[in-house]
Design a protein around this ligand. Sequence first.
Ligand code: ZN
Length: 502
Amino acid sequence: MNTAYDQLVARLKRAHTLYTVADLLGWDEQVNLPPDSADVRATQHAVMAETQHAAATDPAISRLLDELEGGTPARQPTLSDSGQAVVLRYARRDYDRAVKLPADFVAEKAAHSSHAYHAWAEAKAKDDFAGYAPFLEKHLAFARREAELLGWDDRPYDYAIDRHDPGLTAASIAALFTELKHGLVPLVTAIRASRVHAETSLFKKFPIEAQRAFLREVTERLGFNYRRGRIDVSLHPFCSGTGADIRMTTRFDPDNPLDSLFSSIHETGHGLYEQGLPREHLGTALGQAVGMAVHESQSRLWENQVARSRAFWKYFEPKFRALFPAQLAAVSSEALYLAVNAVEPTLIRVDADEVHYNLHILLRFELEQQLFSGELAVRDLPTAWNALCTELLGQTPANNREGVLQDVHWSSGGFGYFPSYCLGNMMAAQLWATASRVLPGLEEDFARGDFTRLLRWLRENIHTQGRQYDTLELVRRVTGEELGPKHLLAYLRERYGRLYLG
Ligand code: ZN
């Protein structure tokens, strides 16, 4: 006879399984879908969202939760009571939220996300913001309505933040970002005035098959398990799926081999986190990521602190040269390392270097707040974007493709996600400072191609923890400090100051 707890977990896992099926449809949509099949995919998304919502709002979940919350905790041989308490807490939160959303609202929103994704891709190709604006307006209306249904009607943008990073608010993020900006702007100004320049134009005609082989070797060496994951090509690189089946994507440009390499390492960081979650708990809070800021801290740590280090290139440079001997013949080791750490202002967030990257996020955070407060109308978004871009980055987009249409996130209603990138950067630098302190000799490991000690430390401290602690508590426990920009600023000054400021 199964205990009430077992019965609850079985239902949570069923809802989660349906979610993973919908997620796989989303992956397929961006990787494989034939151009004229978008309509049927929107219908499939709507049906899946409705089915998943029905599973998540199954009245049996409520009954079992009532029973478990009211009575003595059901004993589980494999799980501590504190683990059960975490599962119950999130199951209650998720259930109470799900029942506040009408099924037709959930289905309509899922179908709209699919339509809006294709509208965005087309608008971006044609540089046609006006064609996309109605889709964005409808997404904003959905977001406001959802916030209202869930009880955030006085602060709808906080609801958007909470969806990605529970425990954080627009106000707490604004305080962190203000401190970061204060430290970042002088560094950006000094590096822009530097006479040192990376020669990225030296990289020409890198065959895609060899690029693919190199990134496979790198990501496998970092610890990614390709027996439970794969990498394909999409317009916008992403990582989806769960630890049982990870789907990563990248993109290839023969004249920019570092782009596909670093975007693959970034997605690998996400994949390693998911693969490190306790598989037996997938579908409950103990097998789930804390939030997107923690997720981004994992991707950014591998992409930046690790893969842009001299030690990493000490190991991989000979392998890179062996695959591309002619293309790299005129590139010295120092020029290669400088290209890996090139600092150049760009209008495109995903192309931005580490020094400028956070400024791109400050821009989006500011505009999202204005959109949600009603201060900014969707039709005025391009003008507002360009003005803020000029102010923060010193460059003005010549068209909306390199401005407001560049990112995929809003096309799926993903408001409130952008801040997670910047929070993730702060967290990555803070985790790196702690890891370097408690694991002396990490860079010597990297120079030998050994990344296991770092991965094991992340597994123990972050991945296997599931959702036991929220974002800020996790950072406090692992690093002994509150989350802040101090370590990110120190890291950027050290790495880029040394390269560009002598
Ligand atoms: Zn990411």
